[in-house]
Ligand binder design. Structure first.
Ligand SMILES: C[S@@+](CC[C@H](N)C(=O)[O-])C[C@H]1O[C@@H](n2cnc3c(N)ncnc32)[C@H](O)[C@@H]1O
Length: 419
């Protein structure tokens, strides 16, 4: 049976994965809009079953690394890029290999170090601009104890796993609300009423996480933290068999503020244990401004689909500018993805059509037009209801006060590069 025949044999509801949750390794950290792991696994498995020569996969917007882990599970060598250092830290923790004996003795060691620092002092107080707005004084002290203890660990791989655990504790005990991905201070009453279990929770977190990482411990992986367009531009032509990704559906500021969601954790984590440019968090909005469609982007598009021109003509000038800026960045990414894909290679794009000015942004149709323009065959289109993905309902407000609505469906485009 051909791939298309196999896909035709599934029911429409199948792809909703109604009862599936992201289990196991995917639970180690929180990140917005994580992909549904069993769905990614199934799609990738179908591709590698159909073409036994597929060996490598790129996800140029990997987020929390769901697709990278599932790619490894089906035997692919995986390559990932994301501009957000927190996405990089999470994905690295999922993909790195750990020596169980070393981790177990390091865990015993760090817990006694923490107890010793807590009792006798000697920890380095950590600070950054506005720290006391986002963290209570006793929480800053306990987080500083943990930070000092992590820095004392000798093994860099183990330290990176601790930073991931620490990042989750930082987020939990910050004064920001959990109801939004944006940094938004909690009511004073809630801040004052928060029970401080920082040290105990870190202990639980490292134990739980250790039970999940190191699995699947499969093939090679390569991760880079930075702008996909710049990184992809430095890669050779036709090097990947599969490109499987869920790109941003719009600029971060008005869709999902991945940057704001991550900045507090990054202000605490020691950047020296990772390879990223710390200037991306020099203020709370910089990471979002550097991301696709952000105010700091400078790309021009080579090709404008008719459907995009029709769409932007209906928008207010402010939103028109934002959409065109996002489109220009995305078109550059699309072109690069096509260039990096081998002949007969497959691209799997999970996209959503959000509403801007109350009008649906036809991102899936734009992708189809881009595919045709750049020599990719649209082999199959799947539509699924978003059931288990953490997405904001009303995502954000622009300066005119009107919300940009989020979406409840996503579209999966299966594209093939033909000669
Ligand atoms: C939809 S999420 C990806 C979801 C992901 N597939 C998962 O499993 O969690 C989009 C990602 O694109 C990243 N991103 C936005 N602009 C970028 C850029 N210019 N270069 C690299 N990554 C970027 C964001 O940081 C975010 O993590």
């Amino acid at each position: 049976m051909s791939l298309v025949d196999i896909l035709n044999s599934y029911t429409d509801e199948y792809w909703d994965f109604k009862t599936s949750k992201n289990e196991g390794i995917h639970k180690i950290a929180n990140y917005p809009a994580a992909m549904v792991a069993p769905m990614q696994r199934e799609l990738l498995q179908l591709l590698v079953n159909e073409n036994k020569n597929y060996r490598s996969m790129l996800d140029p917007f990997h987020g929390s690394g769901v697709t990278l882990v599932e790619g490894q599970e089906v035997g692919l060598e995986v390559f990932g890029i994301d501009i957000n250092p927190y996405a990089h830290i999470i994905s690295l923790a999922k993909l790195e290999k750990y020596d169980p004996q070393l981790v177990e003795s390091a865990n015993t060691n760090i817990l006694s170090n923490i107890a010793e620092l807590k009792e006798n002092g000697g920890w380095e107080p950590h600070t950054f601009d506005n720290i006391s707005k986002w963290f209570r004084k006793d929480i800053i002290e306990d987080l500083s104890v943990l930070r000092t203890a992590i820095k004392r660990e000798q093994n860099a791989t183990i330290r990176r796993y601790y930073w991931l655990c620490f990042g989750e504790i930082v987020k939990k005990y910050s004064n920001t609300r959990t109801s939004t991905f944006k940094l938004h201070i909690k009511e004073q009453e809630k801040i004052d009423g928060m029970e401080n279990n920082v040290i105990k929770d870190f202990e639980t977190k490292i134990k739980e996480t250790y039970g999940l990482i190191g699995y699947p411990a499969l093939g090679d992986f390569h991760l880079e933290c930075g702008d996909s367009n710049s990184i992809m531009k430095q890669m050779k032509n036709e090097i990947f068999d599969i490109i499987c990704t869920s790109p941003p559906y719009g600029d971060n500021g008005t869709t999902v503020t991945y940057g704001q969601f991550s900045t507090l954790q990054l202000l605490w984590i020691d950047e020296n244990d990772f390879d990223y440019d710390i200037s991306c968090i020099e203020n709370y909005s910089r990471l979002d401004s550097l991301s696709l469609g952000g105010t700091l982007s400078k790309n021009n598009a080579f090709y404008y689909p008719a459907i995009l021109s029709e769409y932007v003509a209906k928008l207010s000038p402010h939103k028109r500018k934002k959409i065109l800026q996002f489109y220009a960045d995305y078109e550059n990414s699309f072109r690069e993805m096509v260039r990096l894909l081998k002949l007969d290679g497959r691209m799997v794009l999970t996209v959503g059509n959000r509403k801007v000015d109350g009008i649906e942004f036809p991102f899936s149709e734009i992708n189809k037009e881009l595919a045709e323009h750049y020599g990719m065959k649209v082999e199959y289109v799947l539509m699924r209801n978003i059931i288990n993905k953490r997405m904001p309902q009303k995502v954000s407000k622009l300066s005119d006060g009107k919300p940009v609505e989020s979406m409840s469906k996503e579209i999966i485009l299966l594209l093939k590069k033909e000669g």
